[in-house]
Design a protein. Sequence first.
Length: 177
Amino acid sequence: MVNRYKGDRHVIKFTCRDQFMVMNFAQFTDRSGLRDIETTLNLCSSDLYRSGIKAIPKSTLAEANKKKNLLIYQDFAQVLIRQAKEAYKGQKLRLDLDEMVYAFDSSTIELCLELCPWAKFHHERGAIKMYTLVDLRGSIPTFVHLTEETVHNSKIMDKIPVEANSYLSYGQRICQV
């Protein structure tokens, strides 16, 4: 994927792999921003050395986050989802069903309008809406859709890739597809 999208072209030090490792570290340790990531990496750099995670200036991380093609990570996520689905393929649900069961939910993610002026959501608030479909057999997200505006769940339902004869739960409803 890195080669397909030329993600490491003209890169000297901070590769796509490095960015992936740093951003995962930030996610798992609940970092709140680039300065927080930079500070934590500097404090923990000797402990993180063997894991392949490097301390990096926030300006370098910001530039990488801005310039690297997000399709690299989107495609990689799809590979990981396929592997996770395969790992849970034969596992039974707690429900006495052989069919696939999915849960569908939406969440509003608040954003700072000063940093994301494109994300005007409602009454001078910045946000995006994330719609997620989860395979309940392994708690695996199989579909994620982001919008800048509030769209009713029923309008997103047309875009959801689910198998025939599966069950879909959203809100208080359960329906068979």
